[in-house]
Design a protein around this ligand. Sequence first.
Ligand SMILES: Cc1ncc(COP(=O)(O)OP(=O)(O)O)c(N)n1
Ligand SMILES: Cc1ncsc1CCOP(=O)(O)O
Ligand SMILES: [Mg+2]
Length: 198
Amino acid sequence: MDLPKGFYGITLETDSIGTCKKLLNFGVQMIQYRAKNLSSKQMLNECFQIRSLTKQANVLMIVNDRVDIALIVGADGVHVGQDDIPPSSLRKIVPNNFIIGLSTHSIEQVLSPEVDFVDYIGVGAIFETSTKDTVVIGTELAKQMVDLSKKPAYLIGGIKLSNIDSIKGIGAYGFTSISDVLYNDYEHFLEMIKKWNS
Ligand SMILES: Cc1ncc(COP(=O)(O)OP(=O)(O)O)c(N)n1
Ligand SMILES: Cc1ncsc1CCOP(=O)(O)O
Ligand SMILES: [Mg+2]
């Protein structure tokens, strides 16, 4: 399956199953399981449930950080950060066609040879966010990164209905938004998608 253009969903750690179901009801085509504070056993249990839900819906499932869990549950891919196992090493243990995503925060990271081993990059954080303590790069640097990227880029970080107009000009392949999508209703999500596509 091709990587979906536009929205890429990410679950909320406090209710991974509920937020996965919400994203599925919204019609999201790719969902990342993201939990930073659970035990491996809890994560595995949740990932088995999310694999079953996403499989039924024919939706791509990506696991954040944990390639071991992704492989055990039969997820479609893994998303890693700059301090995780590098994509070139991951490729040695994952099946063919396994999706690998990599977070990037600078031009140097976008031009790194590691990007040759990934299917997409994450670019951010674009704006301030309370979801993660992270560097904020702003829209100008994000545009330069997207322009230089050989791979599809998803924008992330502080993206909301109220600021989505200001990121459209970046020309990214897609975007993700955790809190603004998951703390609001379907109408809000539809408005966001409408603005992104306009
Ligand atoms: C699509 C996407 N882009 C970036 C990230 C952030 O990943 P990372 O830098 O590893 O931070 P954590 O999500 O692990 O806190 C992402 N998860 N997804
Ligand atoms: C995981 C992550 N990586 C960079 S910013 C971020 C959090 C994005 O969450 P929100 O959409 O709620 O700002
Ligand atoms: Mg990570």
